[in-house]
Design a protein around this ligand. Structure first.
Ligand code: AMP
Ligand code: MN
Ligand code: MN
Ligand code: MN
Length: 292
């Protein structure tokens, strides 16, 4: 059973269309996939339509069905740190989900204007328009700015764009428009989802601060935490498993797949979850079995 509960399409900053991501997941042998685009469920909707059309046109009974879980990755702040919270199993049509995604669409456009102003002051004009053109109808984000800076020759790689201008603590790292942890947990929970603290090691916190974040997240109503993110050393999984258990958080796993090269891991390539963990996904598998 291959489970990947963190992935992106080009409805946010992933490289693949929703249909291509599903095809890729099927090729990689993924059984249960959550599309967790940044602040939008548009990619999930397209993927679901594609899967249903595919299922009705495929006669091959041996073809392994891909189970898709409606999900999202919300942007939030904890103190001065940008933290991501994945909502697994949300109702994409629930008013709380619609409210959240509308809120982020506007916030991301405001933020794009601010990022563009800051880059203009650094002698890189036109970035907002450039990033908007690259984003098209997707939720606009820093990766679109990175691609624009690359296209303009301001940087040699996307990595360099983040290191110099967009990454944590740099001019383009603007979080003031993001809601607090409690707000996003409430949106997810109201929509029937499981609020899941995303990639806890990405925030580069000390062990003490990470425990505090997990504690605050649990206190805000958070229910799960990503214990395994892509391929990671067993030592890291053990540490995160311990943090999850201490805070009564269920365990999730995911690749954070964005594209076949670059940021994040390969789809479905995820290290083993420590045995002591309680997997967050059992409930959805049971539901799938019940549906025949
Ligand atoms: P945003 O959603 O606009 O805040 O942008 C955050 C996204 O930028 C993350 O989800 C990653 O996909 C991407 N990202 C963050 N850091 C890097 C990096 N160092 N190199 C490439 N992409 C990155
Ligand atoms: Mn991303
Ligand atoms: Mn993230
Ligand atoms: Mn992600």
């Amino acid at each position: 059973m291959r489970v990947d509960l963190h992935s992106h399409t080009n409805a946010s900053d992933g490289a693949l269309s929703p249909a291509d991501l599903c095809r890729h997941a099927q090729r990689c042998g993924v059984d249960l996939l959550a599309i967790t685009d940044h602040d939008t469920v548009a990619g999930y909707r397209v993927a679901l339509d594609w899967l249903q059309a595919e299922a009705s046109s495929t006669q091959d009974e041996r073809a392994r069905p891909l189970q898709l879980l409606p999900a999202v990755e919300y942007s939030t702040v904890w103190g001065s740190i940008g933290v991501h919270v994945v909502g697994l199993g949300i109702d994409p049509d629930h008013p709380a989900t619609v409210e959240a995604c509308d809120f982020y669409r506007e916030a991301r456009h405001k933020r794009a204007d601010m990022i563009g102003e800051r880059l203009a002051k650094l002698s890189m004009p036109g970035a907002t328009e450039g990033a908007r053109a690259l984003a098209g109808s997707a939720q606009i984000g820093r990766p679109h700015f990175a691609r624009y800076l690359l296209a303009q020759g301001h940087v040699r790689t996307v990595e360099e764009a983040f290191d110099r201008y967009l990454g944590a603590g740099k001019p383009g790292d603007i979080k003031l428009l993001w809601p607090e942890l409690g707000q996003v947990v409430d949106w997810i929970t109201a929509a029937g989802g499981v609020a899941t603290l995303a990639h806890p090691l990405k925030y580069r916190l000390t062990a003490t601060r990470l425990r505090k974040l997990a504690g605050d997240f649990a206190a805000a109503g958070g229910a799960a935490m990503e214990v395994v993110v892509g391929k990671q050393p067993a030592q890291e999984s053990q540490f995160l498993a311990q943090v999850a258990e201490q805070n009564n958080l269920l365990a999730s796993v995911g690749s954070d797949f964005h594209a076949s090269v670059t940021y994040g891991s390969q789809l479905g390539e995820i290290s083993a979850l420590p045995k002591s963990c309680t997997p967050v996904w059992s409930r959805w598998l049971d539901a799938a079995v019940g549906n025949g």
